[in-house]
Design a protein around this ligand. Structure first.
Ligand code: PMT
Length: 404
């Protein structure tokens, strides 16, 4: 993974919506590039009435995206690829109309679709008339967006294009640049290397069969996204899943517990935090048939051997990182989770109830997080929201421990 500082080396989508402040976006794009960011510009149909795509193309050094249904753009870099490509999306200016559409989860143009499809951190820099800004509808929309993790930058107060004075001016390019840079430099996990496991492992029985579990990887991948958003450099060691590697994350694909263990051992010494969200198979067949087993016998017994406990091994190292385990339990959550934390000598453990529709492969989750002398519930919500709350807690405990 390339070394990045501030916005240098970051891939940033600048979204421009319709408003007189759109002229400031040109300077924003110019300064972002000057600071070493790679920039792609997405403009709404209203934005192109204020500033030309040609200007933004010349300043960004990349083709400008204006339409969801533009076949040439879709062929080159479709909206989903664009959403995955970005380390951050900054919508500047963000009009009242755009904020309302985003708050409602609309996907009726390229920019709203991108904001819905991206896992990268999204910033909005509102710009509008002061009455529109203070209107309860706009305030409510901003609140909803912030609760979902969208970062609000500004607006500033001052003289407005309409001749009035008040809050609603878009922040200047330099202020936006600073906020973006601070996000990576002063995030709760800035300068931290986080090693993470996610997904299931597969332990072969014969060339066509294996032992595995229902882990989809969603929880671990969401934690990776949240750690990147907190400024960390993240390495994700993942068993087989259907998920794409999140933006800004270095992914290492493995299949078996032994492979996962090998990669983790090689990387653990270089990490400050290790988070084990993977559902690692506890047992593997002692013999792996080299040919498909024929179903001649009425019964078949498999001899199984314990796999290595990856988390316990990392936690036992002399140079151990801050270790966070997960505990997947169907009952007696608290008792088993605390037992695992003590036995494996962990700094923290995030316990979740699992079963039909719970934990594994679900879109949402609820956690009870334990550490030495403390406990906190993270209520049931989308895994992205739960992951952000977990990362906040991990950052707090990690910093508390490293300063004690
Ligand atoms: O992937 P999803 O579909 O989103 O589902 C999320 C999840 C339920 C898989 C996730 O939230 C979760 O609970 N992951 C841990 C699952 C698990 O294996 O728990 P456990 O209680 O069996 O293991 C305890 C801890 O030891 C875990 O951190 C596990 O990663 C680790 N472990 C276990 C066995 C082993 N051989 N090596 C390990 O590192």
């Amino acid at each position: 993974m390339a070394v990045v500082t501030g916005v240098n080396g970051r891939r940033i989508i600048v979204g421009v919506t319709g408003g007189i402040a759109a002229y400031k976006s040109a300077e924003l794009v110019r300064r972002l590039r000057q600071k070493g960011a790679e920039v792609r510009v997405v403009m709404t149909s209203a934005a192109v009435a204020f500033i030309t795509p040609l200007t933004m193309q010349a300043l960004s050094g990349n083709p400008v995206h204006t339409s969801l249904l533009d076949s040439s753009v879709e062929a080159a870099m479709g909206h989903i690829e664009l959403a995955r490509w970005a380390d951050a999306v900054l919508v500047a200016p963000a009009s009242a109309n755009f904020l309302a559409r985003m708050a409602h989860g609309l996907a009726d143009d390229l920019l709203t679709t991108l904001c819905l499809a991206t896992e990268a951190v999204v910033f909005v820099a509102p710009a509008m008339n002061r009455v529109m800004w203070t209107h309860p509808a706009t305030q409510h929309n901003c609140q909803v967006l912030q609760q979902r993790g969208v970062r609000l930058l500004g607006p500033a107060e001052g003289e407005q294009a309409c001749g009035e004075t008040g809050a609603g001016r878009m922040l200047e390019a330099e202020q936006l640049l600073l906020a973006l840079g601070n996000h990576w430099q002063q995030g709760a996990l800035a300068d931290c290397r986080v090693l993470l496991t996610a997904g299931p492992t597969r332990e072969a029985i014969d060339p066509v069969r294996y032992i595995s579990n229902h882990s989809s990887g969603k929880m671990g991948y969401a934690v990776a996204v949240a750690a990147v958003a907190a400024g960390a450099e993240v390495v994700l060691v993942s068993g087989p899943t259907a998920l794409a590697c999140p933006a800004g994350v270095e992914c290492v694909a493995v299949e078996t517990a032994a492979e996962m263990s090998e990669v983790v051992k090689a990387r653990a010494g270089n990490s400050q935090i290790f988070i084990a969200a993977a559902a690692v198979a506890d047992y593997r067949p002692t013999v792996v048939w080299d040919k498909k087993i024929k179903k001649d016998a009425a019964e078949l017994s498999l001899s199984l051997a314990r796999t290595e406990d990856i988390l316990a091994q990392v936690a036992a190292r002399s140079d151990k990182p801050f270790c966070v385990g997960f505990a997947a339990e169907t009952n007696d959550l608290e008792k088993y989770a605390e037992g695992k934390m003590q036995r494996k000598r962990l700094d923290m453990i995030a316990a979740n109830l699992v079963g039909p529709g719970l934990g594994f492969n679900a879109a949402d989750n609820a956690l009870t997080v334990f550490w030495q002398g403390g406990k906190q519930d993270i209520p049931r919500a989308d895994k992205g929201i739960v992951a952000r709350a977990l990362i906040t807690l991990i950052a707090e405990r990690y910093h508390a421990q490293s300063t004690s």
